[in-house]
Design a protein around this ligand. Sequence first.
Ligand SMILES: CC(C)(COP(=O)(O)OP(=O)(O)OC[C@H]1O[C@@H](n2cnc3c(N)ncnc32)[C@H](O)[C@@H]1OP(=O)(O)O)[C@@H](O)C(=O)NCCC(=O)NCCS
Length: 177
Amino acid sequence: MSVGVSIKRLSRDDGGRYRALMLRAYSEHDTAFTSTFEERAGKPLDWWSKRLADPTTVTLGAFDASDVLIGTVRLETYQRLRERHKVALTAMYVMKDHAGHGIGRRLVEEALQAARRLPDIEIINLTVTADNLAAVRLYSRLGFQAYGREIRAVKTATGHLDKTEMWRPVSADYVAL
Ligand SMILES: CC(C)(COP(=O)(O)OP(=O)(O)OC[C@H]1O[C@@H](n2cnc3c(N)ncnc32)[C@H](O)[C@@H]1OP(=O)(O)O)[C@@H](O)C(=O)NCCC(=O)NCCS
């Protein structure tokens, strides 16, 4: 279980450990993310710190009892005037050694709570590699519904991958059909 794990918002000062965690995520799960290890390993520490400090985003971290960062999820608000009722859930990751203990669920639940505290946000969207059944199942369990599939959304060295597009209202009252 995820007893002893706490979820906290990350800030500029967490740039170093966030960078290390995400680089591990890209290398452990190459097809789960659109970004690649090579693309992101080249970014300086300041790029990661600024990412965490960006006021249009919220990045949450899961910390174990020894205060080690073991998981993360991110919210990115849409900026165009007519899209400001939406937020995207991105960069979801739980370290392999800690997977299967409910930490991913807690991160998404906390992200939903954080989205409810953002002004005017009504909808939360995400995309997930179509064959990533663990993640699709996690999101489905928490009320996200698939509404589309982008065919050949990303092209990797070994072929194209489709992405499933999912959404849910942020409202706690929402019950998926
Ligand atoms: C997907 C991921 C975030 C799940 O995190 P986790 O902490 O292991 O998930 P939890 O233990 O909280 O499980 C929550 C739900 O997810 C689903 N799930 C998690 N792992 C699963 C697996 N291996 N197979 C099937 N379903 C799985 C289940 O529905 C589970 O709920 P249930 O046990 O009540 O059925 C994690 O495995 C991960 O980081 N994977 C690699 C990166 C990734 O795919 N990120 C998502 C990008 S969109």
